[in-house]
Design a protein around this ligand. Sequence first.
Ligand code: HEC
Ligand code: HEC
Length: 473
Amino acid sequence: MLGTSKSSFLAVVAVVAFAAPSFAQLTGQNANLGNRLTQTDITNGSMNLKQIRREGRRIFTTPFNKVDGHGVTYDVNNPDHTDFTNRPTLQNNGTFLRINGLDAQTCLECHGVVSNSSIPAELGIGGVAGAAGNAIFQPKNIDVDDSSNNGFADFDGRFINPPFLFGAGGIEAVGKEMTTDLQALKQQAFLNPNTVVSLDTKGINFGSISYDGSNFDYSNVAGIDQDLVVRPFGRKGEFFTTRDFDRGAMQFHFGMQPEEVVGSGVDGDNDGVVDEITIGELSALHVFANLQPKPEIKPRPGSGYGMVLFDQIGCTECHRPVLTADSKYHTFSFPDVPTDPSQNVYLTANLRTSPMNFSPTPGGGVALFPFADLKRHDMGPGLTESFGGALDAQFTTARLWGIADTAPYLHDGRALSLAEAIDAHGGEAAQARTNFTNLSNSQQLAVLALLRSLRTPRNPNMDLGPFQQNVNN
Ligand code: HEC
Ligand code: HEC
């Protein structure tokens, strides 16, 4: 009896010693993430939507520190040195590397510019960033001094400019309806063997699918993964909700391990902190991100004619001006099931109400003006990345709403003006680019006037009132 308890006591000591924090908490050093939220706080009806959004804003803007769980404890013996829970830091400084993260303390560092079309720029929560905010994702080799003398620095990772979060709820709602449609079409193929079923939803075609009685033929599926889940988020179209994105963002940028990824009470990165971001906290972040105002159209001279031309020369093939959701209700789910958005809904929000204010459609839904099709396209060799993945040349159509305010452009921010961004189009967009080049100067200026009429929302999130908490640095 005694022996058993003694050895289990020793075992506990051993475990604790092994998992000891890699930093010693210093006097006066406190967590910045106050009020730890649980999912029950979100679902028990005690908080209204505005209060949940306010909590989400707090999480979005908190500078996480090591007491909160910022950072990972690097293990040289773990063979995966790029994994989000095991990355080296710069010169063993224990905090940042920047390349492949850890690269920031708060979401706001990279999502804080509402408009770059004024001097000085207009700041605000949920916006974009210049190239200094680019994420540098998983490079293994960077030939900084061009030792291979090919005229540029070879780079085998991804260099990605941050988009804004405005209007995300409308996009997510439309994406989920498209997913539901595509899953139904897959079922139709299953029930009608050897019939080719065209994958059309909301006027957008994702190729076709068939079933031969034992296997699906996915070889003609286009612009989407074979699971037929629409993933509007991330420039590669990899994330089906902003929550899906946020799980990885927390890990990548900060080494904050979400409870829903590493498990409850689990120290996923050996830094001595568990439940670094709870399920309830990611829910609040999801609600905050998706219940933001949408970008606006502010017509200007020439922009009406520009719209006609934009359509005529083929830009609208990908940059669809209008997408509609059949339902005005945006659902939030946890656990979230990519192929079935109707599962586990814990909260519903009306997209017609403030601050989203999406336009009503006669059928009871909402209309958005994103200028995008939520589909991936091959953009040609000029824009191809060198990550080595099947998707190197492919990008989900950039949503052009708000684009007057969001320079620099394209996935890596290489285009410093709208004209440069159009000029870089190739691949599936090569013909549209040629058509644009062949327009007269005044016609090209009309298309640019259209793009310059697409504005980000003014003063986003100001309805949430003053800031909530002081940080003890
Ligand atoms: C170091 C800069 C940086 C930080 C910090 C950062 N982001 Fe981002 N964010 C980006 C980049 C770059 C992208 C584009 C990523 C891609 O295309 O895969 C992005 C994309 C997103 C998207 C997808 C938007 C879309 O329309 O595709 C969401 C949502 C998002 N970030 C939320 C967050 C949240 C929440 C945090 C804090 C937990 C955060 N970001 C912190 C740089 C950053
Ligand atoms: C085949 C689909 C397709 C067509 C056609 C197309 N685009 Fe694009 N467009 C994209 C994709 C995909 C991106 C994102 C590319 C990247 O990030 O590298 C993009 C990006 C852009 C951007 C920069 C957006 C940003 O936020 O960085 C602008 C501006 C733009 N397109 C305008 C146009 C115009 C004008 C036309 C017509 C002449 C056009 N596009 C035709 C797919 C298309």
